[in-house]
Write a protein that binds this ligand. Structure first.
Ligand SMILES: *[C@@H]1O[C@H](CO)[C@@H](O)[C@H](O)[C@H]1NC(C)=O
Ligand SMILES: *[C@@H]1O[C@H](CO)[C@@H](O)[C@H](O)[C@H]1NC(C)=O
Ligand SMILES: *[C@@H]1O[C@H](CO)[C@@H](O)[C@H](O)[C@H]1NC(C)=O
Ligand SMILES: *[C@@H]1O[C@H](CO)[C@@H](O)[C@H](O)[C@H]1NC(C)=O
Length: 365
């Protein structure tokens, strides 16, 4: 009984170290006797096996490295106030295309002299914010707009996926073509409008114009640039000079209605610039929320400079005070003229409040 068993075992095929596909048919034939006693081994030859294992190992090593690197990068971005620089590794641009120039997802549209620069610098304290340098003036100047969106994008800073790029050009607010042009770029872009009490803004505007004119026109010293604010704001018969540009720009409802015809109200955040200067953190928390950012800017980012009378910014690496050139003193304006202007703006402010659905409580005297 033992002899036939050993015979059968011998007739079992030991497949050669080859792929099953290459197993000759003759090798299968001898199994016919009693298939249950034979085990068919399917395998690859040793060199092929080794090569396959090596490929799998290399692939998983690469994937592990990729995942570790990516998650490290993300943790770094999320947990550190430092803005990581693009990785310096070879091929980093192709492997990690996260650092790129992107069109802005949020734009500070104005108003001039209401603290647009201060606001942008304060938002830049947030690690997930990138800011464009200077004012780009893409949407308000035809010569720039005609250069196309690619030109605009190249004016933007590098940013990582998930970061928000912000640009500010205060003249956007008053230029009629701008809302429609911005909508054409991105209909869901977030807009930030910072405003101040209109008379304060007008006086600040006057002060800046006078300073610029004084440095620019030493040739014609007796031009209107030397005239007092009161003389420019009021006509000789005492009525208000509505054509005077610093006053005209302060009539916010004349401009904001165009924006509201193009964008839904909830896409525009109105920031009270007077409150931002007095106490920045609560205003910035509102803006972080509006931009969908985690709350990261806090009181640790600010300190009050008694000499200057306003807040200075502080990040992990440096302290800086804003308005170095902008902290110029406002002229003392006749209180009679100030209250006359405030009464005049009262009605305009009401129209502005109605349009934005928010009462900013500006004085009417
Ligand atoms: C801190 O602020 C300075 C001045 O604005 C800036 O140059 C620097 O990049 C900032 N540092 C970080 C980590 O954002
Ligand atoms: C448009 O703006 C929204 C809001 O900021 C942003 O989420 C979206 O990525 C932007 N789209 C493009 C194409 O930039
Ligand atoms: C003052 O003069 C302007 C034109 O110069 C006129 O429109 C305005 O009604 C005058 N105001 C008064 C109070 O007379
Ligand atoms: C406050 O401002 C003054 C005037 O510009 C400056 O000299 C001083 O260094 C500032 N102090 C601090 C603590 O920043």
């Amino acid at each position: 009984m033992g002899a036939p068993k050993t015979d059968q075992r011998r007739s079992c095929v030991r497949p050669p170290h080859l792929d099953i596909l290459w197993l000759p048919r003759t090798a299968m034939r001898s199994v016919e006797g009693d298939p249950s006693d034979c085990v068919l081994v399917v395998g690859v030859s040793r060199p092929k096996m080794a090569a396959a294992i090596l490929v799998v190992m290399l692939l998983s090593l690469f994937l592990t490295f990729h995942m570790l690197y990516d998650s490290a990068l993300h943790t770094f971005q999320a947990s550190s106030i430092e803005r990581p620089r693009p990785p310096l590794l070879l091929l980093s641009r192709r492997l990690y295309p996260t650092a790129a120039r992107r069109l802005p997802q949020a734009i500070i549209i104005g108003v001039r002299k209401c603290g647009t620069r201060a606001l942008l610098e304060m938002l830049y304290l947030h690690p997930m914010v990138q800011k464009a340098a200077g004012e780009v003036h893409f949407f308000d100047r035809d010569e720039n707009y005609n250069r196309g969106l690619e030109w605009y994008r190249m004016k933007m800073p590098h940013s990582y996926q998930g970061q928000i790029t912000i640009e500010k050009s205060p003249s956007y607010f008053v230029t009629p073509e701008v809302p429609e042009r911005i909508r054409a770029m991105n209909a869901s872009v977030k807009l930030i409008l910072i405003v101040r009490e209109p008379v304060t803004r007008a006086i600040s505007d006057y002060t800046q114009l006078r300073t610029h004119a004084a440095t620019a026109s030493t040739v014609t010293p007796s031009s209107s640039s030397q005239r007092a604010f009161e003389q420019l704001a009021l006509m000789s018969n005492g009525s208000i000079n509505e054509q005077y540009r610093p006053l005209a720009i302060s009539i916010y409802h004349n401009y904001v209605h165009r924006w509201l015809e193009v964008f839904p109200r909830e896409q525009i955040l109105v920031v009270n610039g007077d409150l931002l200067i007095e106490d920045p953190v609560p205003q910035l928390q509102k803006i972080e929320k509006f931009l969908g950012l985690e709350s990261r800017i806090g009181t640790h980012n600010f300190y009050f400079n008694e000499t200057k009378g306003f807040y200075c910014l502080r990040n992990e690496t440096s302290d800086r005070c804003l308005r170095e050139s902008k902290g110029r003193r406002h002229p003392r304006v006749d209180p009679f003229v100030v209250s006359k202007l405030r009464r005049y703006f009262g009605e305009h402010n009401q129209k502005f409040y109605e349009l934005i659905g928010e009462d900013l409580g500006w004085p009417e005297e």
